[in-house]
Write a protein that binds this ligand. Structure first.
Ligand SMILES: CC/C=C\C/C=C\C[C@@H](O)/C=C/C=C/C=C\[C@@H](O)CCCC(=O)O
Ligand SMILES: [Zn+2]
Length: 573
């Protein structure tokens, strides 16, 4: 079978089909006073399919370019006019075309601007500290607002980070050295990433960060006041998760797996930056109930970080596979029913996403959407996670779990350190099972176009509801509470795990009619929802209260919205 032609990433303006960045050295000084980064980016760029190209084009966005040199010599360059939402391409003129296989060193002097979309700068109060804080979030196309690059997940480069700051620094590479600079308060932090990574995994953070070990190859990093609580939350299971995942795929490649707990404004549950997963402090709930975020982010060490979706249209290959590995990991750690228990919560998220997009935004509900001219951020939803998970589980069921278990390491070996698109995944899967008559005839029943380009919900899988049934039963009592004179008691939820409360509250939020205000209040008071430290629970309960127009939840909802930036909670509320 001929290889499917790789589609061009529509969300980059770089001419990456002719050149590829093989190494990136970023030297930046962090200035908390001006809230800028300044320094230079040195890119080793190899000609791959040159066909006489006279220029190299890189992505930039709201970035100040001060100078460019080519192989240490001045060169002609210009910033082309801005195109929304992709930015202003930096066009570097070549003196002569470069032979395929040869490389040039492009050195760019730069400074970030106040319009930079990749950096969050926090005051000490926002950082819950005596000191200011800074962190990056480059996924999907924000790296270009820190340094010029081929800002597409289809290009992977090794990285060297040289970051000067007067506070500790974290980067998505292994720390090699810290030294104090002469006549300065700044310290120079040097980190390396020897596994090629896409630009969206470039990450830096700096602030009043302290560290503690949470396993033989893991440490936790956070502000000093939160260190003990964060250490407790993750030290029990992190190494167990790594070892279980190694059994499902193969040995962990990145040497260290660390966690950085960010200030509360961080908009996501976690971000899989290599070496340091970034997590929201909402997962430090004091009950070790939210460590599934670690299961998810750790799984990205294989899907996304090692094997990467070539374009944002294929994002489901990152998130669907990661959600799949996350649930396999949960099943391995806590028992098979936990896989479907988590999938049930995921299905509700998928249903909500599809419903929110409604009839006029059906493109957004495709597993492989068309992102031409689109900002990938606008397409972010549960669809790539949950439709992707549902599709992979469907494929697993078709070929059988035992055979699928053999495909998992094959897939992650074939594409390790590379990027692939959805068509290559299909091709690879079919080829792997070609010699197996029953598996390959089962795979012939897959309607790939319907899965990839169909809109709306796929067929609902048959979930094992053994852990969820008790939650549904309680929800049903509440739905018919008035007719049945239901009297709630704290015994109803005694010993329940946070996730059982989540399934219960998701069901309540699905009722076609809101609860009466009195019932909503009784639920909160009887089940102790106002005292819960688990935001997964409180955020859902406040939705119940808001639907019922219960004033009692207005104040805590306002507090949650002022204290937590995680969009998963902020948006529905
Ligand atoms: C089809 C969609 C294509 C591209 C979207 C890619 C990136 C979108 C951008 O908005 C960044 C997302 C970053 C997500 C990071 C972590 C999530 O896994 C967190 C999930 C929600 C949560 O738990 O808070
Ligand atoms: Zn993810």
């Amino acid at each position: 079978m001929a290889a499917a032609p790789r589609r061009r990433d529509p969300n980059t303006l770089s001419n990456y089909e002719h050149f590829t960045t093989t190494h990136t050295k970023i030297s930046l000084a962090i200035d908390f006073g001006t809230r800028t980064l300044a320094g230079n980016a040195k890119l080793k760029i190899k000609s791959t399919n040159n066909s006489g190209q006279q220029e190299i084009v890189l992505d930039t966005s709201h970035l100040s370019i001060l100078d460019v040199s080519l192989d240490d010599r001045p060169c002609e360059w210009q910033l082309a006019p801005r195109t929304e939402p992709f930015g202003s391409p930096l066009v570097i003129k070549l003196k002569q075309a470069i032979k395929d296989g040869d490389s040039v060193d492009v050195d760019i002097k730069l400074q970030t601007t106040d319009k930079c979309t990749a950096l969050g700068w926090m005051t000490p109060a926002q950082a819950r500290s005596e000191f200011p804080y800074m962190n990056s979030q480059c996924q999907a196309i924000h790296a270009r607002s820190i340094f010029p690059c081929q800002d597409t997940p289809d290009v992977k480069s090794t990285y060297e980070f040289v970051i000067d700051s007067d506070m500790p620094v974290i980067a998505s590479g292994l720390l090699r050295n810290v030294e104090k600079l002469e006549d300065s308060e700044l310290r120079r932090h040097t980190c390396y990433q020897e596994i090629p990574i896409p630009s969206y995994l470039f990450a830096i953070a700096s602030g009043d960060i302290t560290f503690a070990p949470i396993g033989p190859r893991s440490r936790i990093a956070t502000n000093p006041e939160s260190l003990d609580a964060a250490k407790w939350e993750f030290e029990k299971d992190t190494e167990n998760y790594i070892q279980e995942l190694e059994k499902i795929v193969y040995p962990y490649q990145w040497k260290e797996y660390n966690l950085l707990v960010l200030p509360p404004s961080f908009p996501y549950g976690g971000m899989e930056n290599p070496v340091y997963t970034y997590v929201t402090p909402t997962v430090v709930s004091g009950d070790r109930e939210n460590v599934d975020v670690v299961a998810h982010e750790l799984s990205h060490s294989y899907s996304g970080n090692l094997v990467t979706a070539a374009t944002w249209q294929d994002f489901w290959l990152n998130e669907g596979w990661t959600t799949y590995l996350e649930r396999r990991l949960q099943a391995a750690m806590f028992g098979e029913p936990f896989r479907d228990f988590s999938a049930i919560i995921g299905w509700k998220g998928l249903k909500d996403s599809v419903a929110e997009y409604g009839e006029d935004k059906r493109e957004y509900t495709k597993l492989v959407p068309d992102l031409n001219g689109q900002d990938p951020d606008d397409f972010f939803s549960q669809v790539p996670y949950e439709k992707g998970y549902t599709f992979l589980s469907h494929l697993e069921a078709l070929v059988g779990k035992e055979k699928w278990n053999e495909y998992i390491p094959h897939y992650f070996t074939t594409f390790a350190r590379r990027s692939l698109d959805s068509l290559e995944f299909k091709e690879n899967l079919i080829k792997f099972f070609a010699a197996d008559e029953s598996a390959s005839s089962a795979l012939k029943t897959v309607d790939w176009d319907a899965w990839y380009y169909g809109t709306g919900l796929p067929q609902k899988p048959k979930f094992d509801t053994s852990l969820a049934d008790v939650c549904y039963a309680l929800a049903s009592k509440w739905e018919n509470a008035s007719a049945n004179h239901f009297k709630p008691s704290s015994e109803d939820v005694k010993g329940w795990k946070g996730r059982q409360l989540v399934v219960f509250l998701d069901s309540v939020n699905d009722f076609s009619e809101p609860l009466s205000k009195e019932l909503a209040q009784a639920m909160g008071d009887t089940y102790g929802f106002f005292e819960s430290k688990n935001v997964e629970v409180t955020a859902r309960y406040y939705r119940v209260g808001l639907r019922s127009r219960d004033e009692k939840v207005y104040q805590p909802t306002t507090e949650l919205l002022s204290n937590v930036g995680r969009m998963k909670f902020v948006r529905p509320l």
